[in-house]
Design a protein around this ligand. Sequence first.
Ligand SMILES: NC(=O)c1ccc[n+]([C@@H]2O[C@H](COP(=O)([O-])OP(=O)(O)OC[C@H]3O[C@@H](n4cnc5c(N)ncnc54)[C@H](O)[C@@H]3O)[C@@H](O)[C@H]2O)c1
Length: 253
Amino acid sequence: MRLKDRICIVTGGGSGIGRATSLLFAAEGATVVVADRRRDAADKVVAECAAAGGKAIAMEVDVSRSADVARMVADVVARCGRLDVLVNNAGYGTFGTVVDIDEAEWEALMAVNVRGVFLCCKHAIKAMRQTGGGTIVNVASVVAAVGIRNRAAYVASKGAVAALTRAISLDHVAEGIRCNAISPGTIDTPYYDDVVARAPDKVAFRKGLEARQPVGRLGTPEEIAQGILFLAGDESRFAHGTILTIDGGMTAQ
Ligand SMILES: NC(=O)c1ccc[n+]([C@@H]2O[C@H](COP(=O)([O-])OP(=O)(O)OC[C@H]3O[C@@H](n4cnc5c(N)ncnc54)[C@H](O)[C@@H]3O)[C@@H](O)[C@H]2O)c1
């Protein structure tokens, strides 16, 4: 019960890493706000949390939209009285070099992966201040530390998330607010199922993804959720501006 009675928002909580994090947080005693652009997906995860005896609330929110984010945080404070933990997990990736990617694609990705984190932090920090503090966990990626080919916008967005994590941690440490990030390697989520499905040779593409991690397999969403739990809870109380990498050895090479 490491998050007993904590009020926690998990953005993108309807799928993959966000779903696993929501389920783990609920099992650890939190009230989880499963915030997702897809209401049906959020509802499904809330039902899974409830079936396991946990507490969860679904909210439909597009993190790239300021009005949505302001409403989400205001609703959480109105319904739950406070906000203790924010997990900025909503995000997605695209392919392409800077030459291939058009401006609209770039703007759309940055709006979710970077502006979404900015907006959620902006509103959440104002709420956390009211009750003496809280913790923020941003989901970055190993690509914040090492370049990979043909994913220029995504790589840039996750580099920004890592840098913003450090900036926020310094700006708000005196207010009792901790901000850290997790950098997963390649994780077996519905997002990657879609990516593999689009590859011309699905088997070879999947094998390539597995081979680039020394452990020889993709990570599971649950393995990342454990890292997010550590950063969200009191056991990491001395961590400020930390980027926790969990990647099957990908960046150890
Ligand atoms: N899967 C990986 O290998 C991997 C690796 C490193 C980092 N990440 C990061 O982890 C996070 C989660 O990825 P995942 O693989 O679990 O993806 P996923 O596609 O399985 O889940 C992402 C969820 O976010 C939601 N979402 C997307 N845009 C949103 C928006 N604007 N507002 C609210 N919700 C939105 C989607 O509806 C979906 O439910 C992302 O930030 C991703 O970049 C994933």
